[in-house]
Structures are given as C-alpha cells and as structure tokens.
Design a binder for this molecule. Structure first.
Ligand SMILES: Cc1ncc(COP(=O)(O)O)c(C=O)c1O
Length: 394
C-alpha cells in the first residue's frame, strides 16, 4: 500500500506494517480480525498497555483545565507531579528539565553536559542506541548511525563492559583523547533494543571513578529501562552508582503523550542559578505530558500493579527457562520484563505476527518487553506461542 507518510527505519517499499482496528489492554485488533498480543510494548513504551484508564483519566482531566503548553507557566499540578517524580526516582536533591521524547532528552542532556563542563567530546558504547536527532544519533553506535549522518569528532567509542580490561582500556582512551576535552560518558543503564546487556556493578563503579578522576559527567540513558521495566523502578537502581544526568522518556507517559525528562544533579542545578540555561522548547513541560506522567506515577505506586508485576516477572523467567532448552536457542538475557533471546539462526518477525504476537525479531535475535500490566494467563499463553514458533523454525 502506498502511504502519504513515512514508516520509520525501513525501506518504504517493503515496510512491515499492520492496520490497527482497535486496542484493548495488551491486545491489538488488526483490520481483518487478527488479534495480536503486544510482547514488546510496541517500541518499549506501552508499559501500561494501550489504553490504561488511569492515564486516560489524568489526560482528560487536564484537557478540561489547563491544556495549553506554557513553558514558563507555573501551576500546582506541575509542581506536585515533579516532586512526586523526584521522590519516585529517589533523587529529591536534583532538578528536572522536561522534553517531548527520548531523543530530545538525550539532546538536552548532552547540551547541559557540554555547557557546564565547557568541554565537547562524549564517550559512548558501540552497542548502543540513544535516539534519532543529530546529537543523540552521534552518540548511538549501532547501524542507525552510518558515518555520513553525524558530525565527526563529537563521540569517541569506549569498550563494551564484557571486553577484557574494559576499564583500563577506557582510561587509556580518556588519556589519549584528552580529559580536558571530554564532557560526558553516556550509557544505557541496560541496553534495550541492542540485546539487553547490563554492565556489572564493578564496571559501573569503575566508570564513576573515571568520571570523578577526570571531571567528566556520567549520563545514564534510562529511556527504555525506566518505570519498572527491568525489575526495579529504574535501571540505575541495580548498580548503586550515582549519575550526574539521567534521561527518561517512553514509560514516563506509557507512550500516551510524547514526553521525556532530564534529571540533573544538584551541582548542575546550582550552576544554572547563576548561568543561563540555554535549553528550551515550545512544548516544554506540556500539561498533557505532566498529566499522563501523573497517571503513570499513580499506577507504579499502586499495590495491585506491583503485586501483578512481581508475579509476572517470575512467570516470565520460568517460561524463558523452558525456551532456553530449545536447541535453536543460543543465549537468553533477562532483566525484569526485558529480555533478549539469541538464536543460532535468523527468524522472520512475520512468523510471530502470524501466530498472533507483536514483537521485535531481527536477524537471529528476539527482544521481549511485555506491557507490565499483562496478566499471568496471557503471558503464559504468549510465551507458549513464542516457544512453538521458535521450535517450528528449528
Ligand atoms: C535507549 C534509548 N534512548 C533513547 C531513545 C530515543 O527515544 P525516542 O525514540 O523517544 O526519541 C530510544 C528509543 O528507542 C532508546 O531506546
């Protein structure tokens, strides 16, 4: 079908699309009566399913009061919601800069790091995705950043945490590059779409020590991992390591309103008391985003949500243990409700769609990130279907 708009990240003449008739919780009804269980929260943002009534209630309420963006406008709900976010993050001493999505969040984090340090270069991993805008894409190390798209010299790659002597090599790279030119290291707390790799606590602590030694900011990209995705409220809670800047998006509104947030440390917040914050957006702290975020914060702090989540996390692990036994499966990495299944040969995403599943399957890797509100019955049924499709591909 020829469309008047583009489909992202693919050749337009062979885009893998599907026509949505309606959505209900974690299910999508397609035109033609096919039902899909969403096993990747679409693009890792639908943490709370596709039409959560609590988020809808907050957005509708906001439409009836202050629906218009007003970057410098202050109203009680904006203050309360932000304090609530800071408490939930356990980062009360810092300050939030709001954005309209993940890439913009990274973009502003990079700008702030460069501005405060007056240094330009950023260190980042090869196995990473940080967003599609120029700065975020420059930091990105995967196939979406071919050399011709982003400026040269902005980003220097550091070794993957699994490489031998990763920290020593990172130190050498810092010295070779010149610490006086490096503003920040940016890292996904756990890589999302690039395979669910978490660095060890020792590696994270080593990175923090290098940042302290050379006065480099540590930016944690929590765009995928935030809001209960990986078995804790945030990915950084796995490591006991402080960031200078934390980037949030996706789950912050469960994908219902384009929104994001940059958390900065108190030191950075203090800097901007006396220096101009050269960052801004027409839709800064959009009331509909603030409202959707309030809905999310209500859900994640609800006992019933947490009870179901803990239960489905266990079932997810149990089912993955069964999948691990299939010959075609090479390795599985799982963190809470985020998982990568590596196979010995490639598998076509269309096979899963045919079986009633929406998920990410690229070459020989499957990524699963089910909505966190999924019931245990539906999760088991989806995992059984996944098992069958993998077995049929043997
Ligand atoms: C880890 C990570 N950071 C940043 C982004 C960019 O977010 P957005 O697509 O909302 O701009 C993404 C998007 O997938 C992501 O996975």
């Amino acid at each position: 079908m020829t469309l008047p708009y583009y489909i992202s990240w693919c050749k337009q003449n062979s885009a893998a699309t599907f026509e949505i008739e309606s959505v209900d919780g974690v299910k999508i009804q397609t035109v033609g009566g096919h039902e899909l269980i969403d096993m990747t929260s679409i693009s890792y943002q639908a943490h709370f399913g596709h039409n959560h009534p609590v988020i809808i209630k907050h957005i509708k309420g906001q439409l009836d009061t202050i629906p218009m963006s007003s970057p410098k406008g202050i109203y009680p709900h904006k203050n309360e919601a932000t304090y609530n976010l800071l408490r939930y993050m356990k980062k009360e001493h810092g300050k939030i800069f709001y954005t309209t999505g993940g890439s913009e969040t990274i973009e502003n984090a990079l700008k702030i790091a460069r501005d405060v340090t007056k240094k330009k270069i950023v260190l980042a991993r090869r196995n990473s995705y940080h967003g599609a805008t120029l700065g975020a894409l420059a930091a990105t190390g995967d196939w979406r950043n071919p050399a011709h798209l982003t400026p040269e010299g902005w980003v220097v790659r550091i070794p993957e945490p699994t490489e031998a002597d990763a920290l020593e090599k990172t130190r050498e790279i810092i010295l070779q590059t010149d610490p006086n030119k490096i503003a920040a290291i940016i890292i996904e707390t756990i890589t999302g779409g690039n395979g669910v790799y978490a660095g060890s606590e020792a590696w994270w602590k080593g990175l923090r020590a290098l940042c302290d030694e050379f006065k480099i900011f540590l930016i944690m990209d929590e765009v995928v991992c935030g809001f209960e995705r990986t078995g804790k409220s945030f990915g950084y809670m796995h490591y006991n390591v402080d960031a200078d800047i934390i980037c949030l998006a996706k789950g912050i509104t469960g994908g219902m309103i384009p929104f994001g947030a940059v958390w900065t440390s108190k030191k950075i917040a203090d800097y901007y008391e006396e220096n101009i914050l050269c960052c801004g957006l027409t839709n800064y702290a959009h009331p509909l985003g603030i409202a959707a975020m309030s809905g999310v914060l209500e859900i994640v702090q609800d006992q019933n949500f947490q009870k179901n989540l803990k239960h489905v996390e266990i079932i997810f692990k149990e089912e993955l243990e069964k999948i691990k036994k299939i010959k075609l499966v090479k390795e599985i990495r799982v963190e809470g409700m985020l998982c990568a299944i590596d196979l010995h040969k490639s598998i076509d995403a269309k096979k899963f769609m045919k079986a009633g599943l929406y998920l990410v399957a690229q070459t020989n890797r499957i990524i699963l990130a089910p909505p966190l509100i999924i019931s245990s019955e539906l999760l088991r049924s989806a995992m059984t279907k996944i098992t069958q499709v993998i077995k049929d591909n043997e």
